[in-house]
Design a protein around this ligand. Structure first.
Ligand code: FMN
Length: 451
């Protein structure tokens, strides 16, 4: 079978455009109404997306008066989606810096049991400086320390997920034997950051381990992804940087003795779709006209760890010197490089930069016909820039519906995307191997047929 695309729906606010929440086409439901998320997940499942994804931030944004910067806790939402969908994968974000590994291992394994094998964890180290104030208030943990703690965190959660053999449970009411105790064992982890005895207090989950997703693009982030991630989200504003990232992470994965097809690369794509290119661009301008540059200026400051951009005029061309050196930024390091490269390449004014970032925060933004969007997707997919996409509709649900009813049928006709789910688990949708538990290390891994 022809290599298949993987499509994830990134659910965010009433769309990924900063001003989507104000647009008349956006959902009328409140962002605290679970029906909103259930409806989006069911629409994505109807279109045969591989998965849906929920991001998370551990502090309220400073611009809440002008923007809905609220976050329902993603794992709680995932539990509600798990019982209102049947096949679609369910990805939630959780922090390695501000979470206890035993709790996280329990929560994701529970979602995997509840969803019959559709859970995935987007591993973040939490770049937002203000989050630290909600977890002891000792200032932001440095970029390097966040990743060092993250490495040990991964060791602990993987060991906890592997602390039950797949065949440990017997559940024999007649004999009174519930489980083989010798097929369950403690992990006795003692490290620099964690001491965890284990075992986990529930049986091995349907996928063995939830699928691991990550989205760091700095050198440290790429190495972390190559070591642990099975899917990697990334932000690129040009095909060339996406190709470089793709080749580099696949190379690093091989260095980590992993098969490149077991690390899927999914760049973000935010398409405004309409019957003609002119109409699509008109729609993009319409939502852009709803933005407030001062909201964008606050967001830009967050991206650069709180750097103050208040002194910069809106309509004067920017220069890289107007920004702190990315190597000194303790926040989302790679994203700051994406922004500075854009300024260097396109000689933008602050208003133009904020307008671009308002689209999808540094991910690829475009406006065009279904044929143009399908063509772009096929080009990146076939030319070493992507294994699929993190689809980020600018306005929800209308632009999700446009993508599902106009673009996906084109991709299906070209034999690039499934018309039906073959399997029932996210590992099958992503064509990922089943992780071998330390109990079964001797037994060969079960390699799933590509769907
Ligand atoms: C598609 C995507 C989704 C992300 N979601 C989150 C999120 O929900 N919460 C978060 O703290 N960081 C999130 N991030 C940020 C990354 O986890 C990471 O901090 C950032 O890419 C910078 O990584 P780096 O410092 O290794 O370059 C996301 C990044 C991308 C590309």
């Amino acid at each position: 079978m022809k290599r298949q695309l993987h499509l994830n729906l990134f659910m965010h606010s009433r769309g990924h455009h900063e001003a989507s929440w104000r647009h008349p086409d956006a959902s009328p439901l409140a962002l605290t109404d679970i029906r909103y998320y259930q409806d989006l997940a069911q629409r994505a499942e109807g279109a045969r997306f591989d998965s849906i994804f929920l991001a998370d931030q551990l502090a309220l944004g400073g611009d809440v008066s002008q923007a809905p910067r609220i976050w329902l806790e993603p794992l709680t939402v995932l539990a509600a989606l798990a019982v209102s969908t049947q096949r679609i994968g369910l990805i939630a974000t959780c922090s390695t810096t501000y979470t206890e590994p035993f709790n996280l291992a329990r929560q994701f394994a529970s979602i995997d049991h509840i969803s019959h094998g559709r859970a995935a964890w987007n591993i973040v180290t939490s770049w937002l400086a203000s989050a630290a104030e909600n977890y002891g208030g000792e200032g932001q943990v440095s970029h390097a320390d966040r990743y060092a703690r993250g490495e040990e965190f991964m060791t602990v959660v993987k060991a906890l997920w592997d602390s039950w053999a797949a065949d440990a449970v017997v559940d024999d009411r007649a004999s009174g034997l519930y489980a083989h105790a010798d097929r369950i064992r403690p992990i006795d982890h003692r490290g620099d950051f964690y001491r965890v005895a284990g075992p986990l207090n529930m049986p091995r989950c349907p996928q063995g381990r939830p699928v691991l997703v990550q989205a760091g693009s700095s050198d440290t982030g790429r190495r972390f992804a190559a070591r642990h991630a099975e899917a990697v989200f990334t932000a690129h504003m040009a095909k060339e940087t996406a190709q470089e990232f793709y080749a580099d992470v696949k190379r690093l994965a091989v260095e980590e003795r992993r098969r490149p097809d077991q690390v899927l690369i999914l760049p973000g794509l935010s398409p405004m779709i309409a019957g003609t290119e002119a109409e699509a661009q008109r729609l993009a301008r319409e939502v852009n006209d709803l933005t407030d540059p001062e909201v964008g200026r606050k967001r830009l400051s967050n991206r650069f760890g709180g750097h103050d951009f208040a002194h910069l005029p809106l309509d004067t061309p920017l220069a890289p010197e107007d920004f702190p050196d990315p190597a000194t930024v303790q926040a989302a390091r790679s994203r700051t490089m994406v922004i500075i490269n854009l300024v260097r390449r396109d000689k933008l004014t602050l208003r133009q930069l904020l307008g671009y970032l308002a689209g999808a925060r540094g991910h690829y933004v475009t406006a065009g016909t279904p044929e143009q969007i399908a063509g772009l997707i096929e080009d990146w997919f076939c030319d070493g820039a992507a294994d699929g996409f993190n689809v980020m509709p600018p306005v929800l649900p209308t632009q999700l519906d446009a993508f599902s009813s106009e673009v996906i049928p084109l991709l299906q006709r070209r034999g690039l995307f499934r018309t039906e789910y073959q399997g029932t688990t996210l590992r099958e949708h992503y064509s990922l191997d089943w992780p071998v538990s330390s109990f079964d290390a001797a037994r060969e891994p079960v390699v799933q047929e590509a769907d």
